[in-house]
Design a protein around this ligand. Structure first.
Ligand SMILES: Cc1ncc(COP(=O)(O)O)c(C=O)c1O
Length: 400
């Protein structure tokens, strides 16, 4: 078979793959650090990073070394076996968080499923079978399997997948009174994203998050943070909850945790995590030695001096630079987000802006209705932040 060119790859992909996304007009070939290259050799500053996934950048040498070493030792084993790799990763995660227990999965949606099941099981055991309701938020996104899709607001525009799981109520994000109005003795858990990602890069207000914690303590409700997009350094702290100085009872993790290797986890305080017992939940791949070895490598890199402070430093450069662009251009209407999870609202169609940015050498993604989402690798350097800002500025001017 001859090597097909980009156009051919895209056309054949459209024909043979179940189309869950519109294919981009370029085909990516390789990546290095904060840059990605297409099959024509064109270089892009990667501010998509697999949607907040490639936290340590592309082709990270430490991850490559780990993958090579671990793949040659032990890649798969039955989940019932303990391994050094699983223990080391779990130990690192509990040592550097408020949690006592970890359940490994393979993706964000699975981590959310485990969190919901754990919370419901805890409520069933301690409060009774009637206590199974979950409060989620408008504009939320938690994944695409049935539990996570049921707590995702988009279910309302996807009736064809119904019926969804019962007992889910939607409150208004950043409105504590709307949550209080839904709480009853049937409420098992509240699930919230510390920064709504897919919904449009809206951070929770600190008082709202603190209010949720207080409410859950008073009413004996399990508080779940979905840190799938905001966790693992993205907000400038290893755990997203640290940026709000509020500890959840359970957290769902994935994305940046594996920096491109598919892995996720649910982390829980013992009181909640111990509700899941042998035979109640499980996974074939979750906790496999290869994934766990990568997680340990990623966490160790993030704990190195200067890693998280770099996120805060370049985040400041980005937010200040975007504010300057907003002053110079009439196109930017709002700048949102936190850390390196940045949203820019413009009065142009985000799809058109993304294509123009791509043409000018910057890859990004869309969130919410029309928000440009910037989620670069966390190893981004100041000069690369300036490079991105100059591409964004130039592109907005061209679109004037
Ligand atoms: C907050 C949040 N939760 C869950 C998910 C689902 O993760 P995955 O696509 O790995 O299943 C995502 C994915 O974008 C997310 O942003």
């Amino acid at each position: 078979m001859t090597h097909p060119n980009a156009k051919e790859i895209i056309e054949r992909t459209k024909d043979i793959l179940v189309m869950t996304y519109n294919p981009q007009p370029v085909v990516l070939d390789r990546g290095e650090g904060c840059y990605a290259y297409d099959t024509d050799g064109k270089k892009y500053l990667d501010f998509a990073a697999g949607i907040a996934v490639a936290s340590l950048g592309h082709a990270n040498p430490a991850i490559l070394k780990t993958l090579k070493k671990q793949a040659g030792r032990l890649m798969a084993c039955q989940a019932s076996y303990a391994t050094q790799e699983k223990l080391e990763a779990a130990q690192l995660l509990v040592d550097h968080s408020c949690f006592d227990m970890v359940y490994f999965s393979n993706s964000g949606t699975e981590s959310v499923e485990a969190s919901l099941k754990c919370a419901r099981k805890w409520a069933y055991d301690t409060k009774g079978p009637h206590c199974n309701e979950i409060i989620a938020f408008r504009n939320s996104f938690h994944g695409r399997t049935y539990g996570s899709a049921s707590v995702t607001e988009k279910r309302h525009v996807q009736p064809y997948f119904g019926p969804y799981i019962e007992g889910v109520h939607f409150a208004t994000f950043n409105d504590l009174n709307s949550v209080k109005a839904l709480v009853s003795d049937k409420t098992a858990a509240i699930i919230v994203e510390p920064v709504q990602g897919e919904g449009g890069l809206t951070p929770a207000e600190p008082a709202f998050i603190k209010g949720l914690r207080k409410l859950c303590d008073e009413k004996n409700i399990c508080l779940i943070f979905d840190e799938v997009q905001a966790g693992f350094g993205r907000l400038g702290t290893l755990n997203a909850y640290e940026s709000f100085k509020v500890e959840p009872d359970i957290a769902a993790w994935a994305k940046g945790m594996g920096s491109g290797f598919p892995v996720g986890a649910m982390a829980a305080k013992r009181k909640f995590g111990s509700a899941i017992v042998v035979g109640t939940h499980g996974t074939t791949y979750g906790g496999n030695p290869l994934a766990c070895a990568v997680v340990s490598t990623v966490v160790k890199q993030m704990l190195k001096r200067g890693f998280l402070s770099n996120v805060k430093k370049v985040s400041k450069v980005m937010f200040e630079g975007l504010a300057q662009l907003q002053r110079e251009s009439n196109k930017i209407t709002e700048i949102k987000g936190k850390g390196l999870m940045i949203g820019v609202d413009t009065n142009t169609k985000c799809g058109d802006l993304l294509l123009a940015l791509q043409k000018n050498g910057l890859m990004a993604t869309k969130a919410g209705n029309n928000t440009l989402r910037l989620t670069p690798p966390l190893i981004l350097k100041e000069e690369q932040a300036h490079e991105a800002l100059s591409i964004i500025g130039k592109t907005l001017k061209e679109m004037d």
